[in-house]
Write a protein that binds this ligand. Structure first.
Ligand code: PLP
Length: 471
């Protein structure tokens, strides 16, 4: 019998469902407690996070692709605390600045070998990409080509969730419900060679460049201002570029005088084995977007790096437009800047880029060997410690599992039970992993083993028809 005089205190999970509107979460299912994987994360250390019930798992996603140096880094905590005592906040508008903003801007310019000329700070990848679009528009106004305002992004690209950056994002369910994308945004094909098995990957790269050129010509080269892309596609499926891709794409951009924005929100700071992925892939960007691994998520921070062409236009444009009318109260927030400086020092001193490349290659090989015998595993791919497993129906020919099976979500749910946080991606049937960069080979063995077990369990749940793609 229920004793009404002692009401049961609702669980944290229940209070969470009753109070928060969570990003990218189904409102109806979540409110009703039907979203698998609900977890209240209470603490973290190294590569592991611990929930409110004391259960610890490997964080195979580094939070949301951002805790590159892992959790519990006292040097970053101390840097934030010292900064908070000395100067918790100051703005950088109209002549004001503070030492950590200057040190960090100098550091980021140095990381580009001086190719980038100025740094504009924000708080998130989305706001930094908004800044980039305003810079592109401003640039074309100043150089006397005001009609060059369209932005080409890619299907499957992810660039943020504000109205403009959600428009750039090439995932249909980020548009429906909001009347997006904006008309100035166009999308070209994704660099997904896996679903073009009829051509070799190099020919597929040329196809991508041809498609981009066709779109520019169709829209009118005089109307296309910039192309935005991640060096390696992240949330939209973890797609390393096929061979020759960036060379071919950049040839087209140069031909039509289209600026290149490299969205390095996930790829920079060691994630794919380089401090900047543009250096790994021979990308000459006019603008570079940084966030996530810039501060490893210890404090919110983003940066828009400005190359020489746009920097020149900013100086020239001042004569017509006066001050550069853009900025945020928290641009170059001192706590974020202090965190980023300490974070970059750790990445450099511990050689985390090289470790991501080396342990990443090992993990990829482990996954490929362990998953080779499973006919539902279509592809195991990645760059550095950004990796994915894509699932398909038993073939040939190559085709997808029925989407209603939610196979990758099932794999992620089992992975969580095995002790690994992995992420079902919002396209096709793909599970992504992106663990902290100080992962060791023995950690990698554990990750591979847990994922292998999760995939085996999810595979065993399917009927023969479901495995063949018939429902
Ligand atoms: N760009 C890329 C490549 C991203 O992966 C993300 C976030 O995942 C963003 C931009 C948006 O960053 P934020 O969520 O910090 O606004």
């Amino acid at each position: 019998m229920v004793n009404d005089s002692h009401p049961v205190t609702p669980s944290l999970e229940q209070r969470d469902r009753d109070s928060l509107l969570h990003p990218f979460t189904r409102a109806d299912d979540f409110a009703a407690g039907r979203v698998p994987g609900q977890r209240i994360v209470q603490s973290a250390s190294g590569i592991r996070v611990t929930d409110a019930h004391g259960r610890s798992v490997i964080d195979g996603m580094s939070g949301m692709y951002c805790v590159n140096v892992g959790y519990g880094r006292q040097a970053i905590v101390d840097a934030i605390a010292e900064q908070a005592s000395e100067l918790p906040y100051y703005h950088i508008f109209a002549g004001a600045s503070h030492p950590k903003a200057i040190l960090l801007a100098e550091k980021l310019i140095a990381l580009t070998g001086g190719r980038m000329k100025r740094v504009f700070f924000g708080l998130s990848g989305s706001d930094a990409n908004e800044t980039q679009i305003k810079l592109v528009w401003y640039y074309h106004n100043v150089i006397g080509k005001p009609q060059k305002k369209k932005i080409i992004a890619r299907q499957r690209g992810y660039h943020g969730a504000t109205t403009m950056t959600a428009s750039l994002t090439g995932l249909p369910n980020y548009h429906s419900g909001f009347d997006l994308p904006f008309a100035l945004v166009k999308h070209t094909i994704a660099p997904d060679a896996f679903w073009a098995p009829e051509v070799d990957p190099r020919a597929f790269s040329q196809r991508c460049a041809d498609e981009l050129e066709r779109l520019i010509l169709e829209e009118g080269p005089d109307t296309v201002g910039a192309f935005i892309a991640e060096p390696v596609v992240g949330s939209g499926g973890i797609l390393p570029p096929p061979p020759g891709y960036w060379e071919a794409i950049q040839g087209v951009l140069r031909k039509y005088d289209v600026l290149l924005i490299a969205d390095e929100v996930i790829t920079a700071f060691g994630r794919v084995g380089h401090l900047l992925a543009v250096d790994g892939y021979g990308i000459e960007a006019d603008l570079i977007t940084l966030a996530k691994g810039l501060s490893s998520g210890y404090a919110p921070l983003s940066a828009a790096l400005v190359g020489p062409k746009v920097w020149q236009a900013l100086q020239d444009g001042a004569r017509t437009h006066g001050f550069f009318a853009h900025g945020y109260t928290y641009s170059a927030h001192p706590l974020g800047a202090a965190a980023a400086l300490a974070n970059i020092q750790i990445i450099e001193e511990e050689g985390l880029c090289a470790n991501a490349a080396e342990v990443g290659a090992y993990l990829l090989q482990q996954l490929r060997e362990r998953l080779a015998a499973n006919p539902l595993v279509g592809d195991v791919r990645g760059a550095g410690l950004l990796q994915a497993v894509e699932f398909v129906a038993e073939g040939p020919p190559r085709r997808r599992l029925d989407a209603s099976l939610k196979f990758s979500a099932q794999v992620a749910a089992f992975a969580m039970e095995e002790g690994l946080l992995a992420r079902p991606l919002p396209v096709n049937d793909i599970v992504g992993i992106s663990p902290p960069l100080m992962l060791t080979r023995s950690d990698a063995d554990q990750v591979a083993e847990m994922l292998q077990r999760a995939i085996a369990r999810a595979s065993a749940m399917l009927s023969a028809d479901q495995r063949r793609g018939a429902v």
